[in-house]
Design a binder for this molecule. Structure first.
Ligand code: AMP
Ligand code: MG
Length: 197
């Protein structure tokens, strides 16, 4: 098969995304499945080198409910996510508000990417991003020459930052990840992004 040419994206911003999903101590109860309940966004501006304030888009789940365990992890409650929008509306808002198809997007690990892909497929919703995704956990490990890939909290530490906001809330996680990106680019230069553009 002929390799597809790489999609060209604008390089003036990187859209950092972090999702929260329904979860349980073990497997989902019968009839339920993992589902996105929050999409957090912080846009890293390559010119000013700053992340935008966190944005949280709450999503009302349709095939699962928020367990006590999930609330204790994320602080998200069923009552709160019931005020959220549909997954389709959340994806539409991403495109309308952040022009998500124009830029590369980044997340910590591949979980967020996999969840978006599978949920778009499952619910017949158009994938809201460009074809450019950066697994920042991998990029970070390479930039810092770490053998082991670290969690976001440890990465903040390594970058000399302290957590802002609430860990395991999408908006705050996205913002903190974008802050780490700022430190990595400052320390290692923009070339660490070369293979991702
Ligand atoms: P995070 O971005 O680290 O807050 O995690 C994203 C999602 O992964 C959470 O909303 C949960 O659905 C799931 N998750 C994260 N940590 C755990 C955990 N310790 N146990 C079960 N699920 C988790
Ligand atoms: Mg998170």
């Amino acid at each position: 098969m002929t390799p597809q040419p790489k999609e060209i994206v604008r390089r003036d911003k990187i859209i950092v995304v972090d999702i929260e999903a329904t979860c349980w101590i073990d497997e989902p109860p019968p009839g339920q499945d993992f589902e996105i309940i929050e999409v957090g966004v912080s846009v890293f501006d390559m010119k000013t080198r700053t992340p935008s304030p966190p944005v949280s888009i709450l999503v009302k789940p349709t095939i699962s409910t928020v367990s006590e365990f999930c609330t204790s992890l994320t602080t998200l409650t069923q009552a709160l996510v019931d005020t959220g929008v549909t997954f389709a509306a959340a994806c539409a808002r991403l495109q309308a508000e952040f022009d998500t198809k124009q830029f590369m997007w980044a997340s910590w690990g591949n979980y967020d990417y996999e969840m978006f892909k599978s949920q778009c497929h499952r619910f017949g919703v158009e994938y809201p991003f460009s074809g450019r995704h950066m697994n920042f956990k991998t990029m970070f490990a390479q930039a810092y020459n770490n053998k082991a890939r670290v969690g976001m909290a440890e990465a903040l530490n390594k970058a000399g930052l302290t957590i802002e906001g609430t860990h395991h809330r999408g908006g705050d996680d996205a913002y903190n990840i974008a802050r780490i990106l700022g430190v990595v680019l400052e320390k290692h230069g923009d070339d660490v992004l070369l293979k991702y553009w």
